[in-house]
Design a protein around this ligand. Structure first.
Ligand code: ZN
Length: 302
């Protein structure tokens, strides 16, 4: 059950990326993604799903924390708080482990062979065209968005991601059945960019995000729009870098899914291209985005 690891060397401005495809992490995602009421006739798997759902989503508003923090009121010292929290977290861990044990035989005999070939295909894509382009894509991304990437990032490839979006950044996880070929490249760069966003905030540096927030505030728009705009910019920039460095025919994920339109920014991919080639300044780009978002907000949701 050893994880497969592929190392992508970093550059002066790009992180060392470790791509990890772990059978156990794939098993965990598969079981977590089945719940809570899968249509399967397999008693051990149904019990595995029940345990996994109970561990990850116990009743209560705050997820597992409701169960863990109940250890605190009975404690008399901080050491007892640590002990009580640890004991309850261990119960959750054992529940997840028991679910994985129950699901493992069926997973290995029926699910894993197909998952393994999907992961092999994704690793081949990453080792091929993406590996050589990634440092340049990351550097262009860092410059365009004014972000700092960390020195190293671990990226986990899974199949049947429990998150319907198929990818998220912390920990950086991508479902290789939802993102293939150049779309895998865009997803990888997109999630690495979220990691860089957090790293940039940790360093206390300002990025293009702050310019977007300031413009949103100046226009008197709802602050929540700032995140939508910034996220749309990450989509546009990631798609642009893939087109520039990997595949000129690549179409943005957000374009294909109609997200730019839903964000009220149908011209964003073209506007980003103008910014990236120096035809307009960051200031002009941000002003145009905020103006579009403002008129979309006036028109109301569509
Ligand atoms: Zn995102």
């Amino acid at each position: 059950m050893d994880p497969l690891r592929v190392e992508l060397a970093g550059g002066a401005h790009s992180p060392h990326v470790r791509i990890i495809a772990s059978p156990l992490y794939s098993l965990y995602h598969w079981v977590a993604g089945l719940g809570p009421m899968p249509a399967v006739d397999d008693p051990p798997l149904l019990e595995a799903v029940r345990l996994m759902t109970a561990a990850r989503f116990p009743r209560g508003r705050h997820g597992p924390w409701d169960r863990w923090e109940a250890a605190i009121p009975a404690a008399r010292t901080v050491d007892e708080v640590i002990q009580g929290l640890g004991d309850r977290q261990r119960e959750t861990a054992e529940q997840v482990g028991r679910a994985m044990e129950l699901a493992l035989p069926g997973f290995l005999s029926t699910v894993w062979p197909a998952q393994q070939s999907a992961l092999d295909e994704a690793v081949a894509t990453i080792q091929g065209p993406l590996a050589s382009a990634l440092p340049a894509m990351v550097q262009a991304q860092a410059e365009g968005l004014r972000l700092h990437f960390p020195d190293a990032v671990d990226v986990y490839l899974v199949v049947a991601c429990y998150d319907p979006a198929g990818a998220y950044s912390h920990p950086t996880t991508i479902d290789v059945t939802q993102y293939r070929g150049s779309a895998l490249g865009e997803s990888l760069l997109h999630e690495l960019t979220h990691v860089a966003d957090v790293e940039t905030s940790r360093r206390g540096s300002a990025s293009l995000k702050h310019e977007v927030s300031a413009a949103v505030e100046k226009q008197g728009l709802d602050g929540a729009i700032a995140w939508t705009l910034w996220h749309a910019v990450i989509f546009a920039s990631s798609g642009y870098q893939v087109r520039r460095f990997v595949d000129p025919a690549h179409g943005d994920y957000a374009e294909r899914r109609g997200l730019y339109r839903r964000f009220g920014l149908p011209g964003l991919a073209a506007a980003w291209s103008s910014y990236a080639t120096g035809a307009i300044s960051a200031h002009q780009l941000v002003d145009a985005l905020v103006a579009d978002a403002g008129s979309a907000a006036h028109r109301g949701p569509r």
